[in-house]
Design a protein around this ligand. Structure first.
Ligand code: V47
Ligand code: SF4
Length: 365
């Protein structure tokens, strides 16, 4: 592909991307600050097509959110509620068993389990949740617990991440989701989520997981008080770890949603900023094969644009089983999409929809 751009610095970065060369942190900043959306779409599409051809991937999944009690108080979070609040819930193992069994015999391939950090729970409770779902659904892939939930449980148990993860793996855990990374910069973190696991602890949990053959995802919460430098440093830390372990399956930018949380006065960034961000993430994270546009957060209507800016993974059917984003003000009334609707979105974006499993293998039924 031939590229010409009137700005010589952008021209040089663009040439590198087209030639499949890695860009550095300064070059990512240049793209964030100065690239127009047309250039970003072109470069992100080139990377996306190199890694994923013309495919857009989806899966058939459901969520279990065991509790929204949380011992932390992240300022951006609309989800956690104190005990006795009418919106607070904690599921029993019987509730979890009942939810999981609704999917027995269905073609759902993944249970995604994540929630608040229950102050009274430790490793035994997390093991019991995995065991319950594994017993109800012997063949389903269990992607469970953010590094924040896990770190708290491992500290309580006085065990290393490796020891704790081995126990969970023994119960049937297959992978871990990407939550809790937020923005790694310590000063930003001090203001938005001062008391939970640090970036080093988040990375240590994921590294231990990768060494045990447990794959994981990585997220980045953007569009609040962070600057572009913070986003780039965050991605650089994840990219460096991926160079060592290769264990991250996908990268998930999460847009800050403003309703019902103490940071709501910041408002939300416009769609153009979401697209800029998807593109720079796709271009910079050259060693993570997949970029997820998480539709309960982004909004279904914006998925085709996210695909045009580098996203290849549109997550799953979800089946009305997540509350994190509806409580934070995401407009979509539904948190369920049919397979036909997901496939139509991919077709509408000019792509070939492919069902994937949780390890990103293509499924043909
Ligand atoms: O870590 C909380 C985010 C995350 C808000 O791995 C918010 O496949 C925006 O990590 N506005 C949890 N974001 C969810 C998560 C996730 C979601 C989907 C797929 C996967 C995966 C992981 O939700 C938290 C935080 O970054 N979050 N509150 C808010 N007001
Ligand atoms: Fe708790 Fe997670 Fe909400 Fe932070 S984002 S308060 S850790 S539920």
């Amino acid at each position: 592909m031939q590229l010409t751009h009137h700005n010589p610095q952008l021209h040089a970065v663009g040439q590198k991307v087209i030639a499949s060369q890695r860009i550095d942190e300064g070059e990512a900043l240049l793209l964030y600050r100065h690239a127009d959306l047309a250039l970003l779409a072109l470069l992100a599409t080139a990377v996306s097509e190199r890694l994923n051809g013309n495919h857009v991937l989806y899966n058939k999944n459901f969520h279990i959110e065991p509790t929204n009690l949380c011992r932390y108080s992240c300022q951006f979070c609309s989800y956690h509620k104190p005990e006795h609040d009418p919106q607070q819930w904690t599921l029993t193992l019987a509730d979890i068993d009942k939810t999981a069994r609704r999917y027995a015999g269905s073609d759902v391939t993944e249970a995604h389990i994540v929630g608040g950090v229950h102050p009274q729970w430790g490793l035994d409770e997390y093991c019991a949740i995995v065991r319950t779902v594994r017993t109800a659904l012997p063949k389903v892939h269990i992607k469970a617990f953010s590094a924040i939930e896990l770190h708290y449980a491992f500290e309580k148990e006085h065990c290393t991440p490796t020891e704790g993860l081995q126990r969970l793996q023994h119960e049937g855990l297959n992978s871990i989701p990407g939550g809790g990374a937020e923005i790694f910069d310590h000063e930003v973190r001090q203001q938005i989520c001062p008391d939970k696991a640090s970036p080093e602890q988040w990375l240590a949990v994921h590294k231990a997981a990768h060494q045990l053959g447990i794959s994981s995802n990585a997220t980045m919460l953007y569009g609040h008080i962070e600057r572009y430098e913070h986003r780039v440093a965050h991605m650089a830390a994840i990219r460096a770890m991926q160079d060592q372990t290769g264990g991250f399956s996908c990268f998930i930018p999460l847009k800050f949603r403003a309703a019902n949380n103490p940071m709501g006065h910041l408002g939300e960034v416009p769609l153009s900023e979401d697209l800029r961000n998807y593109a720079v993430c796709r271009i910079f994270m050259d060693n993570i094969a997949h970029l997820k546009a998480y539709w309960p957060m982004l909004g279904i209507a914006h998925l085709p644009l996210a695909i045009a800016f580098g996203a290849d993974d549109i997550d799953g059917t979800i089946d009305d089983t997540t509350k994190i984003y509806t409580m934070a003000g995401a407009q979509d009334q539904t948190v369920r999409l049919t397979v036909d609707a997901l496939r139509d979105i991919a077709h509408g974006a000019g792509k070939i929809p492919v069902e994937r499993d949780s390890l990103y293998r293509h499924l043909t039924r």
